[in-house]
Ligand binder design. Structure first.
Ligand code: SAH
Ligand code: SF4
Ligand code: F3S
Length: 446
């Protein structure tokens, strides 16, 4: 099947974090260079790509559910090409299952050889053969790959890849390999080009951006990099994710004060409020150290928004440990938190931990935590009422088509009456109502 202009079409479905979203932009860019056009509907596409995540069990299940749907299309149209990639493919047991139970999948590749995708796909199509090509690791960073970005006014920019932290629950160091940083001049060049094409906001990506440049042959650390980006004309907002608390430097905290484009917000995953659990997670900080860090951030940047990730029911988590988490949440008062039920990941150290927490206990704790955090988020957002914030307008609201939505500097979602000409602009909006997950407001004429 072909698109309106007779080009063949592709559809990409992306699971997981911003790393995968960014990789999918690269895959889409490569497909366009090969002459494909994007299709919004995988039923009609000639090539379907699934970019997978393996961070929790339910991510794996979603992938296999999606594959089930694709099988039906494949049966109706044998020329339909199914390609799967991403973090799940870096695990041998997944690839074995695919080979055995899903032999109709045409192309399997991993996170380390994305740049090979055009060649692999061309071979699959021209030779009508199945290809499985997974690399165990990669030292190199391939620069200059094409991309098709979602928004013309804001962009994800990788600054580093991989992770060396080996938190005991986490699969990412196994699926994404060792930490490696892009050269500062490559990053700066990319952001200059983005700015020239109209991008106002960059989100710097890495599993642990605070260790940017560690062990590299250049002398730029993360705070220096932000300082350089702050100088780029056209860029108005700098954000980053994710920050590991153990590596957050005073120099970075200082950068919040000296770099006016650095948004006053930080995603600082705590994972647990119990020092004993943190130790077993291999997080390398205590509850008190985390609270101290938050104290320093709030002292330096009074209006900073702090968000976090929390895992509930890590092996061995007692009621007392969990109460420490609730206590920490109350003391920090996060703007919002992603809360997760601990999920066993094959090949991680915690898989072998004996004292797994019963499902019912995990769920009960999870609900209590969510309730507490929602109450805090609602209170913080309510306190925004009456204030005016600059909002970068993203487009029509997903929930109410009469509204437009955008983000404050602190990353909060704001809905307000707008118009299409505002998309990509930063406009002042007065908040009229602050709810748990979003703010509502009205535009203030400048
Ligand atoms: N590099 C980021 C996190 C990447 S994974 C960081 O270190 O902060 C995103 C989040 O998924 C983690 O912060 C953690 O809260 C959650 N997560 C990772 N592995 C998990 C598991 N096995 N079970 C439940 N949640 C998990
Ligand atoms: Fe996973 Fe920990 Fe690395 Fe984050 S820092 S990706 S949680 S191992
Ligand atoms: Fe998932 Fe891989 Fe990101 S496991 S969370 S897509 S790095």
């Amino acid at each position: 099947m072909t698109g309106k202009d007779n080009r063949k079409t592709f559809h990409i479905q992306t699971f997981g974090c911003q790393m995968n979203v960014r990789d999918s932009e690269t895959l889409a860019g490569m497909l366009e260079e090969l002459g494909f056009a994007e299709s919004k509907n995988k039923r009609e596409a000639d090539v379907a790509v699934i970019n997978t995540c393996s961070v929790r069990e339910n991510a794996d299940q979603k992938f296999f559910g999606t594959l089930g749907q694709l099988k039906k299309i494949k049966e109706e149209r044998p020329d339909f090409v199914v390609a799967v990639c991403g973090c799940m493919m870096q695990q041998q047991h997944i690839v074995d299952t695919l080979k055995e139970k899903y032999p109709w999948v045409d192309l399997i590749f991993g996170t380390h050889n994305i740049h090979e995708f055009p060649r692999l796909l061309t071979n699959v199509i021209s030779e009508r053969k199945k290809i499985v090509d997974i690399w165990d690791n990669s030292e190199d960073i391939i620069e200059g790959l094409p991309s098709k970005r979602e928004f013309p006014f804001k962009a994800y920019v990788n600054i580093m890849y991989g992770c060396n932290n080996f938190c005991t629950y986490c699969i990412v160091p196994y699926t994404r390999g060792r930490e490696r940083s892009r050269r500062p001049e490559e990053i700066i060049n990319e952001i200059r080009n983005l700015a020239a094409s109209g991008v106002k906001e960059v989100m710097l990506l890495g599993q642990n951006v605070n260790s940017y440049g560690v062990g590299c042959d250049f002398n730029t650390d993360f705070a220096d990099l932000i300082g350089q980006i702050n100088e780029i004309e056209g860029i108005e907002r700098i954000r980053f994710t994710t920050s590991h608390p153990k590596d957050l430097s005073d120099k970075l905290i200082e950068a919040f004060r000296t770099c006016e484009k650095l948004c006053p917000s930080i995603h600082l995953p705590v994972q647990s409020g119990s020092t004993a659990v943190l130790r077993r997670m291999n997080r390398k900080y205590t509850k008190e150290e985390y609270l101290d860090l938050v104290g320093k951030l709030k002292a330096a940047v009074p209006d900073i928004a702090i968000t976090t990730d929390i895992i509930v029911g890590f092996p061995g988590e007692t009621d007392e440990d969990f109460n420490d988490t609730l206590d920490l949440v109350e003391r920090v008062r996060f703007d919002s938190a992603f809360t997760f039920l601990y999920s066993i990941r094959k090949g991680t150290p915690a898989e072998k931990y004996k004292d797994q927490v019963p499902e019912a206990v995990k769920h009960e704790r999870f609900n209590r935590l969510v309730e507490l955090q929602n109450k805090i988020s609602a209170e913080i957002n309510k306190a925004c009422e009456g204030k005016v914030f600059p909002v970068l307008v993203e487009g029509p609201s997903k929930t109410n088509p009469k509204n437009y939505s955008g983000r404050t500097e602190t990353g909060k979602l704001v809905h307000f009456r707008g118009s299409p000409d505002l998309i990509g602009q930063i406009v002042p909006v007065r908040i009229t109502e602050g709810k748990t997950f979003a703010l509502f407001g009205e535009r203030v004429e400048e």
